[in-house]
Design a protein around this ligand. Structure first.
Ligand code: NDP
Length: 477
């Protein structure tokens, strides 16, 4: 078992101020793989002090210096790529192939996306009225990240900090701290000055809240549940920090009768199940035009029953376990709620899949005849659970799609390009995917409504970490 009890503060690995061990479990075996420490407010304070001190000089480095450091980090990440993929498989349970092709790959993509954006960032510009506008690093940032796409979230927050001349303290999820510690090793090797990046493990209510409340933190960037995002915002309010939030979703996927039904429905189901359904932008509400509803139900029944869970250490397209026992219980409760509310079970259902009694495995589950008032249509399940809802008209589809507290992603499947654009314009969501159009690195990621504030990735992601200063000169004589 790995001993990972130290924190990375001021350029070195240090012991926690108070010993407080936590075992990290492998979700497929339920066995401990490492021991880490849970940090306290004192550890956070020590890290914030280091970050504050480093800000004085790092904020004044040039873009060229920071680009050189980021290029180095990219080379190191590529060299240690397989280690990152294996770490995520061990602590999250993401299957080997998925870890390598998706979970670890985003670490390269986002870093490259930010490097490209930094090269085009205008830090000084003349406004049409003659004033000068400067963009400056906001300061010391507190970063809190979840377990579901762990290095994705770390890269989306840490890289813009490093790129803009900010400094930070990262508190990753206590369920997946090992990939964050590996990332810290890479940052160290790349040669970023001591104190620019600091890492303290810990839980949300102690270490997380201490970060949000700390008077020397200028900005909080949070990804996770809407519940915790609200807590971070409240904790940050007394010191008027900027708070950016990337929260949950209940993303609609509108399937019109004129789409390539077989191909689009199959791909949509697999996308919903990807990462065991633990993605904030998963297409979890499939809205289906009534004229093709029976056909879609048949495809969903077949694809759902063919979907397989399996050992994450094996190559293949199977899905792994959920991250933790808590998540397992949450997902079970929502599957049971779906049954109790009268939705029709096409595949899966409550309980563990046969042969997977150990590990937090759940059955890939599809419900039909769902209506948008049911819990499975309103709450983020965060498991491989799809709800199918029929509709009659385009107008009704838009209405159901927007009838949610969330607004992260939306999906449209149609053979009519004009309809695709017309519907996309009416959906209250930060990202609309048409006929499988993927999210590309460098494009903004984020949501409307209770899915959050701010955008991550590329130029928009950099701007979130910048202050704007206007310099006024006297009118020319
Ligand atoms: P949380 O939102 O609780 O966890 C995300 C991060 O926030 C973790 O680092 C957590 O710390 C931290 N945190 C929790 N509470 C606070 C707080 N009061 N102040 C500061 N930081 C805090 O997610 P859960 O793990 O509990 O998952 C619950 C649900 O959240 C899921 O079922 C899913 O619906 C949703 N979720 C959404 C994500 C997204 O990407 N939108 C990501 C993860 C979850 P720690 O866990 O270490 O205590």
């Amino acid at each position: 078992m790995l001993d990972k009890r130290k924190f990375y503060i001021n350029g070195e690995w240090v012991d926690p101020i108070t010993q407080n061990d936590l075992y990290v479990l492998n979700p497929a075996t339920e066995k401990p793989i490492a021991v880490v420490s849970l940090g306290t407010a004192e550890d956070i304070d020590r890290a914030v002090t280091a970050a504050r001190k480093a800000f004085a000089s790092y904020s004044r480095t040039s873009v060229e210096e920071r680009l050189a450091l980021l290029e180095k980090l990219l080379a190191i990440y590529k060299r240690r790529y397989d280690e990152m993929a294996d770490t995520i498989t061990a602590e999250l349970g993401a299957p080997k192939t998925m870890s390598r092709e998706q979970q670890a790959d985003v670490g390269v993509g986002h870093l490259q996306g930010y490097i490209d954006a930094l090269k085009n960032l205008k830090l000084r510009e003349k406004l049409p009225n003659g004033d000068t506008l400067l963009r400056e690093p906001i300061g010391v940032c507190g970063l809190i990240t979840p377990w579901n796409w762990p290095v994705n979230q770390i890269a989306l927050k840490v890289v813009p900090v490093l790129a803009t001349g900010c400094t930070c303290v990262l508190k990753p999820s206590e369920f997946t701290p090992l990939n964050a510690m590996l990332y810290a090793e890479m940052i160290h090797e790349a040669g970023f000055p001591a104190g620019v990046f600091n890492l303290v493990n810990g839980d949300g209510i102690h270490a997380g809240a201490a970060l949000s409340k700390h008077k020397d933190i200028d900005m909080m960037s949070f990804t996770g549940s809407t519940r915790a995002g609200i807590a971070v915002s409240k904790d940050a309010a007394d010191t008027v920090k900027r708070v950016t939030l990337e929260l949950g979703g209940k993303s609609p996927n509108i399937v019109f009768a004129d789409a390539d039904i077989e191909e689009r429905v199959t791909a949509s189901i697999l996308e919903c199940f990807n990462n065991s359904g633990q993605s904030c932008d998963a297409p979890t509400r499939m809205l289906v035009e009534r004229s093709v509803y029976d056909k879609v139900v048949e495809i969903a029944r077949r694809v759902g029953r063919e979907a397989r869970v399996g050992d994450p250490t094996r190559e293949g397209s199977h899905i792994g376990p959920l991250v933790s026992h808590i998540q397992y219980e949450r997902v079970q409760a929502l599957i049971e709620a779906g049954v109790a509310e009268g939705a029709i079970l096409l595949a899966g259902g409550p309980g563990k899949p046969e042969g997977f009694e150990t590990g937090y495995f759940v059955k890939p589950t599809i419900f039909a005849a769902v209506n948008n008032t049911m819990r499975i249509a309103r709450e983020e399940v965060f498991g491989p659970v799809l709800s199918i809802i029929p509709f009659d008209t385009e107008e009704e589809a838009i209405e159901i799609a927007n009838d949610t507290n969330y607004g992260l992603a939306a999906y449209v499947q149609t053979g009519d390009p004009e309809r695709a654009q017309r519907v996309a314009a009416r959906l209250r969501a930060g990202m609309v995917h048409i006929n499988g159009g993927p999210h590309r690195y460098g494009s903004p990621f984020g949501g409307y409504k209770q899915s959050g504030n701010g955008r991550e990735g590329g130029m928009f992601g950099l701007e979130d970490f910048l202050e704007v200063k206007t310099v006024h000169l006297p009118d020319a004589a």
